[in-house]
Design a protein around this ligand. Structure first.
Ligand code: GLU
Length: 518
């Protein structure tokens, strides 16, 4: 048995140990076990991410298991979308429905024979029993309890049926489900994040159903059986499941299995402390992807709110968007906060900006981003692609991207109204004939310059030009801004000229000369 002690010193309970127990030959094996009832949202991504980082840190395996036994809640295509969202986020699955693996199948609906076999073990050792109570009786029990202002719970009636009676009723073909006998004692466990958790399940519920009348297992049963058979060493999941863990531990005991270690991740909240709702469109991972948020920015945004990293990962001095490898090496489960994590929305764009800057320094990433911007341009300005007023080529996009590194937070900012002039040739030039001569001279002068240089040089050149031609500098700038961008506001004229490049600048001046009212 390998075990290494990790002192959860800041917590109120005694030292807790992360222990591999019987899993020493398999090492760390963690899983993300979503139900395919919808899209992947921030909370789900956080659970997957922390499992993934934990596996990576300990050279373990990250497993994706799809918990699809509640057939009534399935959403078509959700499993596939979920896998795409995880891959997009940089979370790579070692074993799962698409990757396969020795502990498969990884879809619970394909493991029904396993659950049926395992439930037999519990029936035979007396930990579970057939229950013949009808839905009508259960409803009456519920109603009765509510009337008496008691907690509605099953009264465990069928626990006491004799073996003969059970056999007789089964032979008659009476429908039954299987229930698990829960203990009436308080159970406790050491939560890797919350410390000691104690709970007496029987105070709030009767014996739970583990196998439904239709032969499908319930979540609790399938989850425990699979975690054991898949040799899961650590279960890291949302705190909403913490209350179920004592029930799961009773199931492990009934089977005679050694349970994994459990850690529950606190809730993720909005920055104002309100609950993230699944109905809020913007917690969908696909929403972030479609909003041009980079995967790593989203990942940093999530971990920023939840903690779980060594002190070295200090962001206060110099904000940084960490790579998955950096996060994994600094991951420390004992440092995960046990209070709810607040998502700081302004941080998301900051991380995105940092990630954009990092990507711009890498030739391959830059090339990919040029292609992404091209797609953005074509979709945003579809109409203009057709009428020819959209100007872009790879070199232009590349230069714009390099220019943009300090100015934008996401690629889509490049097609925003403010910056559309970079691509769209403005059509309205209200230039009168006396101004045409000035523009012509300016064009000739600019043609003579080898390269446009930087904004400072250009500004100086424009200033000299205005003095030599007896035009007020402000008036010249106003006119040029209009010619080059069609905008009244925006970056400085010199900056516009730098972004547009010499050729585009001259083309726009030429265009204006040709269209001027005479
Ligand atoms: N299927 C459960 C869910 O949807 C899994 C909970 C667990 O990780 O045990 O979140």
């Amino acid at each position: 048995m390998i075990s290494f002690g990790i002192n959860i010193g800041k917590r109120s309970h005694n030292i807790c140990r992360i222990c591999f127990r019987t899993y020493d030959t398999d090492g760390v094996r963690v899983r993300f076990a979503p139900s395919p009832t919808g899209y992947l949202h921030l909370g789900g991504l956080r659970t997957a991410l922390y499992n993934f980082l934990f596996a990576k840190k300990h050279n373990g395996k990250f497993i994706l298991r799809i918990e699809d036994t509640d057939q009534t809640r399935l959403v078509a295509g959700a499993t596939e979308q979920l896998q795409r969202d995880l891959e997009w986020s940089g979370i790579h699955i070692d074993e799962g429905p698409s990757q396969g693996g020795l502990a498969g199948p990884y879809l619970q609906s394909q493991r029904l024979n396993i659950y049926r076999e395992q439930v037999q073990v519990l029936l035979e050792n007396g930990s579970a029993y057939h229950c013949f109570c009808t839905e009508r009786r259960l409803q009456l029990l519920r109603r009765e309890a509510l009337k008496k202002q008691e907690i509605p719970k099953y009264d465990n009636r069928c626990r006491h049926l004799s073996t003969e009676e059970v056999e007789r009723r089964l032979e008659k073909g009476e429908m039954s489900c299987i229930r698990f006998k829960i203990s009436e004692k308080e159970e406790s466990f050491d939560d890797l994040i919350y410390g000691k958790i104690a709970y007496n399940i029987s105070l709030n519920e009767g014996d739970p159903v583990i196998m439904k009348t239709d032969g499908f297992p319930t979540y609790h049963f399938a989850n425990v059986v699979d975690d054991h058979l898949m040799k899961i060493s650590h279960v890291l999941r949302g705190v909403e499941w913490q209350i179920s863990t004592t029930k799961h531990l009773l199931l492990y005991r009934a089977f005679g299995w050694i349970p994994p270690s459990f850690g529950h991740l606190p809730l993720l909240m909005n920055s104002d402390g309100s609950k993230l709702s699944k109905r809020q469109g913007d917690i969908k991972i696909s929403h972030y992807r479609e909003s041009n948020i980079f995967p790593l920015a989203l990942i940093n945004f999530i971990v920023y709110s939840g903690g779980g990293f060594t002190k070295d990962l200090e962001r206060n001095i110099k904000p940084k968007c960490y790579t998955i490898d950096e996060l994994a090496s600094q991951f420390d489960i004992t440092r995960i906060n046990s209070h709810s994590g607040k998502l700081m929305n302004d941080r998301l764009l900051e991380f995105n900006r940092l990630e954009l800057r990092r990507k711009l320094q890498n030739e391959k990433e830059l090339h990919n981003m040029v292609q992404q911007v091209k797609t953005l341009l074509k979709t945003t300005f579809a109409q203009r692609v057709e009428d020819g007023s959209l100007k872009f080529d790879d070199d232009h996009i590349r230069n714009v991207l390099l220019w943009s590194s300090e100015r934008i937070s996401k690629l889509s900012d490049l097609v925003s109204e403010d910056l559309a002039f970079i691509w769209v040739v403005p059509s309205n030039h209200h230039i009168v004939s006396k101004e045409v001569d000035t523009i012509k001279s300016l064009k000739t002068m600019l043609e003579g310059i080898e390269e446009q240089g930087d904004t400072k040089d250009l500004n100086a050149i424009l200033k000299t030009f205005s003095q030599e031609h007896g035009i007020k500098f402000a008036a010249l700038m106003k006119m040029l801004r209009h010619i080059l961008s069609g905008l009244k506001e925006g970056p400085s004229v010199a900056e516009m000229m730098v972004i547009l490049g010499k050729k585009n600048t001259l083309d726009r001046l030429e265009n204006c000369i040709n269209n001027a009212k005479t």
